[in-house]
Design a protein around this ligand. Structure first.
Ligand SMILES: C[S@@+](CC[C@H](N)C(=O)[O-])C[C@H]1O[C@@H](n2cnc3c(N)ncnc32)[C@H](O)[C@@H]1O
Length: 515
């Protein structure tokens, strides 16, 4: 065969071609100026360290380009090895065979032993979630009292066999450092793609509700492997993460480097604000708020570290309505969840796995000065979130959900107000130090109606003419936690014959507070 003088000699074509390709890569990488620069640089470092022909081409390209590509520092694969912990939440659907109460420690231990013999962690969780600990849960009546908190700690100790609860000791995840493998931060590696897909849809829904713009400041507490935090940083948000477990923070930094974003990470506890990081436009908890023993105080603290229009988001938290299947595992306003998945997590890891009743959570948020709305993700409980908006000195009653309090009835209404029943109560932002409240009340009945508004020991009674709106004004005190509206009540059907047989009171619109 006659060869042209320019052809490469036999056997040398591939190396020359790959060297040319590498030179081209070096060009691209060294000139990269896009948002993906961090990722590209990491690839460059990796190739530089592992591929001699790339290194050779890179060094020649330095001369060619007249400027050096990014200095090859050690590759950023410094994330700690891990093994994925199975999800500790009970499954979102009730177990088909029902949920069985377990009485006493011997029976509890027998079931845990039986579960330990099941190899597949997901099947284990499935089995444990068919039981709950039927223990004596006689907690004090005021869920906001120090005595209640103390009783919750005592119940935690009884259920978990751990002495005392200290987040810095009780909430760490030593298993994170013991396993092997990289590249599968939760939810990857936990189960099948159905679980991962459901998680992404759920997080997508939560991100949609948050409506955050590039440049806005977000802090995520208890971010774990940080899927949401990293996504928000990629969205251009200025993200700070605080977690009690340092291994998670290493993982998050690792991912941030991989995708070329920067984030602040800080080892600490809920409510900590790393220097220079705030004030925040959003505070995010995903499946982490339920580890906060002092959550009522925490909600108050979050106001101080946020901007005036800030939101706080509690996503995928165990908050149950009374008719929820899982409500039987939280037979109190708040406290350690009694399903055996949570009890086991407490016993083996020491984690505080709290659950909340919806009414309690709504009241806690309103007391702390957050208008609260539940955003239901119809496809999975994992996306349902509670979004609190920082309360100003004036708002409409429709800006917030209200708790179902005993003896109190609220109905729906229009865009500007809600109907009361004969008696309706709402929590007050007791933590904000206001001294006076004004509330606008309209009578939509065809007859005059006397209405009484009561706050603590003070009340104001006025008769409201049909179609008239009256403002009631009452003083507030630091112990005045609720406002009550009482009227004789009327049934529209009696006079209007319109089929509406509810007992209605008055129509409530705006509220204003003065310091
Ligand atoms: C169930 S994991 C949720 C992780 C992640 N947000 C997710 O949804 O996958 C709970 C997280 O809260 C963190 N955590 C628990 N108690 C904490 C505390 N007192 N302060 C800060 N982080 C805490 C844990 O280390 C963990 O990262």
């Amino acid at each position: 065969m006659i060869r042209k003088a320019t052809d490469p000699p036999p056997g040398t074509f591939e190396p020359v071609a790959s060297s040319l390709r590498n030179t081209a890569l070096v060009h691209i990488f060294a000139n990269a100026g896009s948002a993906d620069l961090g990722l590209i640089r990491n690839i460059h470092r990796h190739l530089y360290q592992t591929n001699p022909s790339y290194r050779d081409a890179a060094e020649r390209a330095v001369g060619l380009l007249g400027r050096a590509p990014a200095p090859p520092t050690p590759i950023a694969d410094t994330a700690p090895p891990f093994h994925a912990e199975p999800a500790i939440e009970p499954p979102t659907a009730p177990p088909p065979g029902g949920i069985t109460p377990v009485h006493g420690l011997p029976e509890l231990n027998r079931i845990f032993d039986e579960a330990a013999r099941i190899d597949d962690p997901i099947a284990q969780i499935g089995m444990l979630s068919t039981y709950y600990a039927d223990v004596d849960t006689d907690l004090p009546s005021d869920p906001f009292s120090p005595a209640y908190r103390q009783a919750v700690v005592a119940l935690y100790e009884r259920l978990t066999d751990h002495q005392g609860y200290q987040p810095a000791k009780s909430e760490v995840s030593p298993g994170l450092r013991a396993g092997v493998g990289v590249g599968q931060p939760s939810p990857f590696g936990v189960s099948d793609s159905a679980w991962v897909g459901e998680g992404w849809m759920a997080w997508g829904f939560i991100m949609q509700q948050l409506r955050l713009k590039p440049g806005q400041k977000v802090i995520e507490y208890g971010a774990g492997f940080g899927a949401m935090a990293v996504a928000l940083a990629r969205n251009g948000c200025d993200v700070t993460v605080v977690d009690i477990e340092p291994a998670y923070l290493d993982w998050i930094q690792h991912q941030a480097r991989q995708v070329g974003v920067t984030m602040r990470t800080h080892q600490g506890s809920f409510g900590d604000v790393p220097e220079g990081s705030g004030p925040f436009d959003a505070v995010v908890f995903l499946e982490s708020f339920h580890h906060s023993l002092d959550h009522a105080d925490l909600l108050i603290k979050l106001r101080d570290m946020t901007t005036p229009n800030a939101v706080v988001c509690l996503g995928d938290e165990p908050v149950f309505e009374p008719d929820d299947y899982w409500a039987r595992t939280v037979p109190f306003p708040w406290g350690p969840r009694l399903d055996l998945v949570s009890v086991r997590a407490g016993r083996t890891m020491g984690w505080l796995e709290l659950g909340f009743q919806e009414s309690y959570l709504r009241e806690a948020m309103l007391r702390a000065g957050w208008l609260v709305k539940k955003h239901v993700f119809p496809l999975s409980r994992r996306g349902t979130c509670w979004i609190g908006r920082k309360m100003g000195t004036a708002f409409q009653i429709t800006d917030t959900d209200l708790p179902d309090l005993p003896g109190s009835t609220w109905f729906g209404g229009g865009a500007d107000g809600r109907w009361t029943g004969a008696t309706a109560e709402m929590p007050l932002p007791i933590s904000l130090g206001y001294t006076e409240v004004e509330i606008d009340i309209t009578n939509h009945n065809t007859l005059p109606i006397p209405a009484t508004v009561t706050v603590a020991d003070t009340h104001d009674t006025q008769t409201i003419a049909p179609a008239q709106t009256v403002t009631f004004r009452l003083p507030l005190s630091p112990t005045a936690a609720r406002l009550r509206i009482s009227t004789p009540g009327f049934t529209p059907n009696d006079t209007l014959k319109n089929g509406d047989t509810r007992t209605l009171g008055v129509y409530v619109g705006g509220l204003r507070f003065a310091a």
